[in-house]
Design a protein around this ligand. Structure first.
Ligand SMILES: Nc1ncnc2c1ncn2[C@@H]1O[C@H](COP(=O)(O)OP(=O)(O)O)[C@@H](O)[C@H]1O
Ligand SMILES: [Mg+2]
Length: 325
């Protein structure tokens, strides 16, 4: 068995609210092998971004990892010093976000930002770094890369900015790329181009990707394994193919039903009725029970068990029930 590149065990993340800690990530386990593309899905607010930010120690003020282990190449990231972690970010772990404008410096040309990123981790001269920056822009499909080196972020379209972010993220050849909703802000055509680019980056660099999205369809395009989160918990995990063929958790099943059909069936796009529970007001038992179409009384009373079906895991009393999707 290959050694995990990233391994998260029992991760809990909380935010201080008055005297109490409110948990927003509640016992997440996740594994990524070298070169593997793993999807993390769930509705907005399910804790996907906080999981990603916890890995990088970039949680917003007030947020903290309260327990669990995060190891990268066998090293416990929670034990690393701030400077060690800083070194790891960029050189070993790259990150791209939904909105590249928040990550790019508006006052510095993209050429300079790329040069700085490259030189922070590699002993290259000014000129050599600039050449490399131009190569990277060409690699991510930016036309006229030499001219673009002189552009400022606001002079580029959203899709082009996301390409620059990807170039920055891979500039030091990281082993892991964390992509948090990288195409959510883009229109459908540009979204498809960025997905193609990510797939190409994966093949060319052999980089592992943690692909975070609320969109299961996108996840299926690029990932080999998926983890589904609900209200801060992992509810299901498994190979993409198995999960699409036989979703075991009712939440996954409902998410799949929300994917628009290719056969052109008309009508409003289905959504899952109801809303996720508010953090701090979690119901007893399974957090999805109030919205679940096959819940039983015990689902609202006691924590559901972990069920394994081969390599597929679902945290549900009714995981064995196979319902046609
Ligand atoms: N800065 C913050 N302070 C307090 N709570 C936060 C903060 N950021 C996020 N949260 C809470 O953490 C939960 C998980 O958020 P997040 O990980 O961003 O969800 P997702 O990425 O799945 O949409 C949400 O309920 C959100 O309200
Ligand atoms: Mg998010």
């Amino acid at each position: 068995m290959t050694e995990d590149l990233l391994r998260i065990d029992g991760l809990h993340v909380g935010f201080r609210s008055g005297d109490e800690m409110r948990s927003v990530v509640r016992g997440v386990d996740l594994r990524i092998a070298p070169g593997e593309v793993v999807g993390l899905v769930g509705e907005s607010g399910s804790g996907k971004s906080m999981t990603a930010l916890a890995i990088m120690r970039l949680l917003p003020p007030g947020g903290a990892v309260t327990s669990g282990r995060i190891s990268f190449r066998g090293r416990d990231l929670r034990e690393c010093s701030a400077s060690e972690l800083n070194k790891l970010r960029g050189s070993q772990i790259g990150m791209i976000f939904q909105d590249p404008l928040t990550a790019l410096n508006p006052a510095i040309t993209i050429g300079r930002q790329l040069q700085d990123a490259i030189r922070a981790h590699e002993p290259l001269g000014h000129k050599a770094a600039l050449v490399r920056a131009e190569e990277l822009l060409a690699l991510v499909g930016i036309p006229y890369p030499r001219q673009r080196l002189l552009a400022y972020p606001h002079e580029l379209s959203g899709g082009m900015r996301q390409r620059v972010m990807i170039a920055l993220a891979v500039s030091c050849n990281p082993a892991l790329l964390i992509a948090d909703e990288p195409t959510t802000a883009l229109d459908v055509t540009v979204q498809a181009q960025v997905m193609d680019l990510l797939d190409r980056i994966r093949t060319e660099f052999g980089v592992a990707i943690l692909f975070i999205s609320h969109n299961l369809e996108l996840v299926a395009e690029i990932c080999t394994r998926v983890t589904v989160m609900y209200a801060g918990r992992v509810v299901e995990t498994g190979d993409v193919f198995d999960m699409f063929a036989t979703p075991r958790h009712p939440y996954t099943r409902q998410l799949l039903r929300c994917i628009p059909r290719l056969d052109g069936a008309r009508g409003a796009m289905p959504t899952i009725p109801g809303l996720p529970p508010r953090i701090g007001a979690l119901p007893p038992g399974c957090p999805f029970a109030p919205r679940c179409d096959i819940a039983e009384p015990r689902c609202s009373a006691e924590e559901p068990p972990i069920n394994w079906h081969d390599k597929q895991m679902a945290v549900c009393y009714r995981a064995g029930v196979v319902v046609p999707t």
